[in-house]
Structure formats: C-alpha cells, structure tokens
Design a protein around this ligand. Structure first.
Ligand code: ATP
Ligand code: MG
Length: 448
C-alpha cells in the first residue's frame, strides 16, 4: 500500500530545485521514520546524488555552508531555516570500530540507504516516487521491531556507537530488538570502550529521557552494555537487601526508581546512581537484616567520578550529585526542616528531591510507598506553601543589607558577612521575622 507523507513547503521547494537541475533528491532517515509513526519530525534531512559543489551551485541565491565537508553535507538556509543536504555515499572499511577509512560519494540512493544503521532509519521519501524502503523499515516500524540493516555483527563492529543508538531507538519508540540484533549487542558491547565519552554521554541522555518503563527495560535486558559503560554498577546486580521495606536487589530497585521518576535529565541520572554506593556499605545485623549506613555519600562519590569520566558539564554534575547525596533524608514534614532544606538546595532542587524520594519509595515496595504516601503528600504541600509565602531563605531576601549593618556599628570586613549569615540563620529557623526593625535589634545584640 502506498503512503503519503506531508512535507513542509521549504523541503518541497528544495527538493524540486535539485530536481530541476537534473539531480535526484529525497527526504531520508529520521524524518521519514517519524512521519510514518505519526510523530512530527524535528528536522528534515535530505539526500541527493549531487556532490557538494553541485549542491552549492543549485543554491547560489541562498546562504550555503559546508557542515560536514568530509561527509558531504551542505546546509542550506532557506527563509532562515537550515536544511541539511547530504550526498549519497557509502563508507569504506572501518578499522577502529568508529571511523570509516574512507567515505565515497555514490550516485545511487540504494547504496546510501544500505550504509544506514537500522531498517527504520533507512527509508527515503520522494513527493512523486513515494516511499523507498529497501530493507523493510516500514514493516519493522509497524510491527515494533528494531533491526540492523544487514548483518548486525558487522554493523556494530563498524561503528559501536550504533549499539547505544539501537537501545535508544528501541526505548524512545517502544520497539522490541530483533533476536539477531540483540545477540550482537550483547556480544559486541565491549567495543563501546573505543567510542568517545562525549558521543556515549549524548546517547545515554537521549535514552534516559525515554518512557520510564522502556528505559528500565533496556537496562534490565542489556546489563552487558551498562556494566561496560559503568563498571561501578557491577556490584549492584544481585546485591540483596534483606529489609522489610525492600522487595528487590539493589539493581532491580534502581530500575524501578528510574521508571518512577519523571523524564527529566538530572532526575533520571540521579535515579540511576542513587544507590550505586550501597554494595560497598552493606552490613548485615545479627537478625539477618541488611543496612547500608553512609551509602548516599559513597553513591555521590561514584556518581561524581563517573560523570567526570564522561566529561559531563559542571551544572549536571552538581545537580545530580546533590540529589544523590540527599536522597536518603527523612521526608521533611516540619516547617523548619523544609525551610532549611530549601535554604540549602533552592526550591527547584528541593522539588526534584521530593520526586526522587517518592520514586525511591515506589521502587522499594508497595508497602513502603503506602506507608510514606501521606508524609510525601504533606511534604509536597508544605513546599508549595513555603513557595507561596515567598519566604526569606537566602541572603538576598534579607530585609537589611551590609550597608545597614555598617550604620549599626558592625566593622567593615568579614564581620559583615558573618553577621548577615547569622541573621539569615535566625530567620530560617523562625527565631525572628524578616523585618528591618527586628533584624537591626538582633544586630545590636550580636555585636554587644
Ligand atoms: P534523531 O535526530 O531523532 O535522533 P535520526 O534518525 O535523525 O534521529 P541522526 O543521528 O540525526 O538520527 O542521523 C540521521 C540518519 O543518519 C539516521 O536516521 C541514520 O539513517 C543515519 N545515521 C546516523 N548515525 C548513524 C550511524 N552511526 N551509523 C549508520 N547510520 C547512521
Ligand atoms: Mg536527525
């Protein structure tokens, strides 16, 4: 059955421009896949038999940029919108599981489609000729199957990043990985060690943002991959937790928590690492019950180590480590405890931490979640209440400034900061209200 894909006007115009000049041109890859499964493509990649120089010549009235000279990609700015056009190409032998030894421009679409990674990514579409699907991508998409184009072992050996791309596509599109492709992933996972940390991190982030149960599924089904990327996780697998609140071992518990946190980057990474320090802290008491004293600090240290290894940006490291470090606090249901927490972490991180605490209980057992559900609800309401009050929990919110202190007789220098911080502490603890008069009185007492 033929299929029609709606394409944006500028894409149609670019395709027809190339064809008027005697070239073949198609939309290809992600945009075709997304259109077929009812998603709106986030960009439209085009491919053509025109070589880069010929592409430039077709768009002399537009701004064109070589964005992948070596790979033959030209970006055309059409009404300020960038559209990538890539010359049909094949790749030579891969010598290092990462880079083709050569990239060769070819004049046939078939060869270009055959070098692509998965059948669902190897389809092209032409407004007149329709769908070009040489590898059964449409059927795989309809059946929900992820499959390599050609021999999986060969394709993953050429470029091992495809292993992670595969898991990512399976998670994001709820696909089952075909047995042959799945076996190859398990077998060749060690090749991931040769891939740059930045490319791995990018794929992991995209994967972690997929639907929770799919992410958990990929971790559960492919420990071979995760233990290569994060060997620090190996002891989590089968690490028992004999405790009335816990149903699962540390690894399975982690997967349940991942499933239960919303798809936000920092939260998903924090869920992944929150208990990674547990195996090192396991202590079985005389009654046979397991305890994991001090594990948040060890988890934080390991998370920090891993994220640095993957050249993660500073903000993400900070955010993830803060969540991991605090994930085992008791649920703050007292005003003062909540005010202190917000003062330390800020409102947004406190909110994320509550989401993590809730997911952690869900990942322990229904019993644990039901036991703490009321407390968690209370904590969320309390956070909201304090948010509404616009309470003074940071130095910038204090009703007096450093200059006011100098006027009251505080000596210039470090003492100003010390007094301000002391005042803030008293306000957070609700010992005095954040009002000028009260604060200045307190200052006078302090310097006396
Ligand atoms: P999205 O952009 O939504 O992540 P996409 O399929 O467009 O998905 P890209 O990374 O933009 O993914 O790549 C575009 C196309 O290039 C893919 O659909 C695939 O056909 C091909 N491709 C990308 N990376 C590889 C690779 N490592 N090996 C083989 N083909 C690849
Ligand atoms: Mg893309």
């Amino acid at each position: 059955m033929s299929v029609t894909i709606e394409m944006p006007g500028i894409v149609l115009e670019i395709l027809s421009r190339l064809e008027q000049q005697g070239f073949e041109a198609y939309a290809v890859g992600g945009c075709v896949r997304d259109s077929l499964c009812g998603r709106t493509p986030h960009d439209w990649d085009l491919c053509t038999n025109a070589i880069p120089e010929e592409i430039h010549n077709c768009f002399l009235d537009k701004v064109t940029l070589d964005t992948g000279e070596k790979h033959g990609t030209v970006t055309v700015l059409w009404n300020h919108q960038p559209v990538e056009i890539t010359t049909f190409r094949t790749e030579g032998a891969y010598l290092d599981n990462r880079h083709p030894s050569e990239v060769r421009f070819v004049r046939s679409l078939d060869e270009d489609l055959t070098r692509r990674d998965f059948t669902i990514n190897a389809m092209a579409y032409h407004p007149v000729r329709g769908l070009i699907d040489l590898h059964g991508g449409r059927e795989d998409l309809a059946k929900g199957v992820l499959r390599c184009v050609g021999d999986s072992l060969v394709r993953f050996s050429e470029d091992a990043l495809r292993i992670l791309r595969g898991l990512r596509f399976a998670a994001c599109y709820s696909l089952t990985i075909s047995p042959e492709t799945s076996d190859a992933i398990k077998k060749l996972a060690p090749l991931l060690k040769r891939i740059s940390v930045e490319r791995i991190d990018t794929e992991c982030c995209k994967l972690l943002l997929a639907e929770g149960k799919n992410v958990a599924g990929m971790l559960r089904d492919f420990p071979e991959v995760w233990t290569i990327l994060f060997p620090e996780m190996i002891p989590m697998i089968d690490c028992q937790q004999n405790h009335p609140r816990h149903l699962y071992d540390v690894w399975e518990h982690t997967l349940h928590v991942l499933e239960a946190v919303p798809p936000q980057l920092y939260l998903r990474w924090a869920a992944l690492f929150h208990d990674i320090g547990k195996p090192a802290c396991r202590f079985t008491d005389a009654s046979g019950m397991d305890h994991f004293y001090g594990h948040p600090a060890v988890s934080k240290m390991l998370a920090n180590q891993i994220l640095h290894r993957y050249h993660t940006d500073h903000r993400r490291i900070q955010a993830v480590c803060t969540l991991v470090e605090h994930h085992d606090i008791s649920i703050p249901t007292e005003r003062k405890a909540m005010r202190r927490l917000i003062a330390r972490l800020g409102e947004d991180t406190t909110y994320q931490l509550l989401l993590l605490l809730r997911a952690d209980r869900k990942g322990q057992s229904d019993f644990s979640f039901e036991t703490d559900r009321g407390l968690l609800d209370q904590a969320f309401s309390l956070l909201e209440e304090i948010r509404q009050e616009k309470a003074c929990l940071h130095l910038k919110d204090l009703a007096v400034s450093g200059r006011d202190l100098l006027a009251t007789g505080v000596k210039e220098g470090p003492q100003v900061g010390t007094v301000l911080r002391t005042l803030l502490q008293m306000v957070i603890e609700e010992q005095i209200p954040n009002e000028r008069e009260h604060l200045l009185n307190a200052v006078k007492k302090l310097i006396r």
